[in-house]
Design a binder for this molecule. Structure first.
Ligand code: PRP
Length: 221
């Protein structure tokens, strides 16, 4: 049995057509069922539904053989930048080029971020992406106090909790609606296929078949 970990929402919606093109059809509608293990048209392939931030954990510890998750989540999980094999035991064979967005620094309109950086001010930064933010500001030589949040990051500069946020930006509509402006583009994000390295050795043939099917679909995009 091959187990694929997915999370509900945008990544799931954008993954379904990819799965279908790779010959895998999920038999249950995740929005209608309370089931967490979903059968597919392939008797030896099943999908497990987990929280987005838990996908790397499931794959790392073998609760799933493969998973699809954002680069943001992988980096926060401890995957090395651009890394293939890493200390996490995750193999990242493919950029699926879905759920594309970017990670940026944003501040309140009127906040002079450039001047603050120039003057060497200490900035308070609220984010869900503490590891990414820490690495980015350290490389830039900017001193920051990081505040970990789990959502609604946009509120932080508006309430005085922080000077800046590090968050995902897709259309930019959320920033605009909250009178925030993007001042740094940290990196582009997309969803990645990750594979448990031990599973890849033990179930090489069926896993390779799935990776190759995805690669074929992505290659045609
Ligand atoms: C992300 C992000 C922003 C929003 C940006 O949140 O945190 O709030 O999307 O998208 P936009 O630029 O198109 O407006 P998401 O909806 O993924 O939910 P989350 O807060 O749970 O991360």
């Amino acid at each position: 049995m091959i187990t694929l970990a997915l999370s509900k929402g945008r990544i799931f919606d954008e993954t379904l057509p990819l799965l279908k093109a790779a010959g895998i059809e999920v038999l249950d509608d995740p929005d209608k069922t309370r089931k967490l293990i979903l059968a597919t048209n392939q008797p030896d392939v099943r999908v497990v539904l987990v929280r987005a931030t838990d996908v790397p954990t499931y794959v790392q510890y073998g609760g799933a053989d493969l998973g699809i998750t954002g680069l943001d989540t992988l980096l926060e999980h401890g995957m090395e930048w651009g890394g293939a094999a890493s200390s996490t035991g995750l193999y990242q064979p493919l950029d699926l080029q879905i759920a594309k967005c970017r990670i940026s620094v944003a501040v309140r309109e009127g906040f002079d971020y450039a001047a603050a950086v120039r003057q060497g001010s200490r900035l308070t930064v609220a984010t869900k992406y503490v590891a990414i933010a820490r690495e980015f500001f350290a490389a830039k030589g900017v001193h920051v106090d990081l505040i970990k949040l789990y959502g609604s990051m946009e509120l932080a500069p508006l309430t005085g909790l922080a000077d800046a946020i590090v968050d995902l930006v897709s259309t930019g509509n959320t920033l605009k609606a909250n009178h925030l402006v993007e001042v740094e583009h940290i990196m582009d994000i997309s969803s990645r296929l990750v594979v448990n390295q031990a599973a890849l050795k033990l179930k090489r043939e069926p896993i390779r078949r799935i990776i190759d099917a995805f690669a074929g679909v992505v290659g045609q995009k």
